[in-house]
Design a protein around this ligand. Sequence first.
Ligand code: GLN
Length: 499
Amino acid sequence: MSALHDFSVAQLAAKLAAKEVSSVELAQHFLARIQSQDALGAFLATDEAQSLAQARAADARIAVGEHTPLLGVPLAHKDVFVTRDFPTTAGSKMLANYRSPFDATVVNRLGSNGAGMVSLGKLNCDEFAMGSGNDNSAYKPVQNPWDISRVPGGSSGGSAAAVAARLVPAATGTDTGGSIRQPASLSGITGIKPTYGRCSRYGMVAFASSLDQAGPMARSALDCALLLSAMAGPDLDRDSTSLDMPAADYAAELIAANTKAAGSHPLQGLRIGLPTQFFGAGCSADVLAAVRGALAELEKLGATLVDVSLPLTELSIPVYYVIAPAEASSNLSRYDGVRYGHRAAEYTDLEDMYKKSRSEGFGDEVTRRIMIGTYVLSHGYYDAYYLKAQKIRRLIAEDFQKAFTQCDIIAGPVSPTVAWKIGERSDDPVASYLADIYTLSSSLAGLPGMSVPAGFGAHGMPVGLQLIGNYFKEAQLLSTAHRFQQATDWHQRKPGAAA
Ligand code: GLN
C-alpha cells in the first residue's frame, strides 16, 4: 500500500472527498515527514498550529459537503509570497523575521479564503529569487533529493526539492528567467510558468516586475493544472499587469482533451518546433539524449516534429542580465532600513544608516545585481544598455511569433546540464548566467513554458523537457504534458531521499 505522501494532489483530493482521510491527518503526516526528512533544507518556516488551524477549517468545509478540487490538500509556498500565518524572508537576511500583514493574492486564492489548500510553511529559495542553484539563499543551501551533494536548481529550489522528496504534494514557485522550470528539471518534477500576467504579482516580493510570474510545481501536469486553475485570473485592483482574462479550468480542459483524443495517436496534428539554437554544442550530450528520447515519445503519440529557428537565443542572456538587474535595483531600493527590513545596529548619520543596513542585509549576488542595475540605468548608459536591451527584447518576442507560424509548441531542453555539485559554481556568477540560456528568451517574451520530467542524464540526475507555448496556451501545454505523462513514468520515479 502506498504511503500518504506518495499520492498525487488529485488522489489526495479524492481521498478527502471520500472521507478516507481528514485534512488534519494529512497535515500531521506531512509535517512529521518534514520534521524527520528535511535535512535537505527545503523549508525555511513551519508552524504546526497555523497549519492545523487551516486543516481544521478545510475539514469543516468538507463536513458540510463542500467540494472543490483542492480542498484540504497540503501545499507550501516559496518564501517570496507574503503570508500572514508564516514569516516571509525572500531568502534574505534583509527580511529576517518579517511578518506580512496580508496574504499574496496567489496564497489567498489557494488558501482558506479560496480553494482551501493547507499551507505547511515557507520554502527556501535564492535571495530575492536571484540564482539558479538555491545556493544564494542567505539561510542555507538546499540539497537535491536525487543526490544530496548537488543543487536542486533555483531560485525555487526549496519548492522543487520538497515536492521531489514528497515532503509536500505541491508547491508554489516564481519564474523570472527560469526559476520554476529549471529547478523542476533538475529535481525531476513538473512545473509551469504561465503567460506573464496570468497570476497576480500582488504580494510577491518583487525581483524584476516585467518578468516575475507565479506558477505551480508538482509531480504531474494534472496536479499543476489543478493548482493553476485556482491561482490564475485577473486581480486588476491590486496588480495592473494581471491579465483581464478569467482563469480556465485547466484540469477539466486537460481531461476533456485527453478523452477526445483517446487512441494510440492522441497528439495527431500537433506540430512541435525544435529551435536549432536549443540543440547545439552548448547542451551536454546526456541532456540532449534524454530530450531526444522524450521527443521520440511525443512523435509516437502522433505529434510532428519541425525545425524552427530562434536566432536571437544567445542574446537573451545579455538582454536579461541588463533588464532584470535594472528592475531589481529599482525594486530593492525600498529596503532602506527605515520602513521595514534590516536596520544596522550602529550608524553615524542617515546616509551611513542606509549604507550599513543595505550592506549587511543583502548578500553578494543581490548586491552585484543592484550595482549592475544602477549602472545600466544611470545617465549616459541608459540608452546604450537598458534601451538597447528593451529593443532586442522586442525582437526576441517577434522571433517566437515567427516560429509559431510553423508550429504549435516549441520544445527543447530546460537546462544545458543536469544538477551540479553544491558550491561548484558559487564563485562564478557568469557560469550560472550562461546556464539560463534555454529559459530566458521565453521569459523575456512573456510566453508560458513548462518543464516535464523526461528521463535521466549524467550521474543518474533528472532531465526535464521544456515545452513553450504561445500566449495564453497554458491548457495546450498542460494537456500535451499530461499525454506524455500517461505514456511515460518519469514523473513517478522517486529519489532515494523520498523513501
Ligand atoms: N537564474 C535566473 C536569475 O538568476 C532566473 C531567476 C528567476 O527566474 N527568478 O536571475
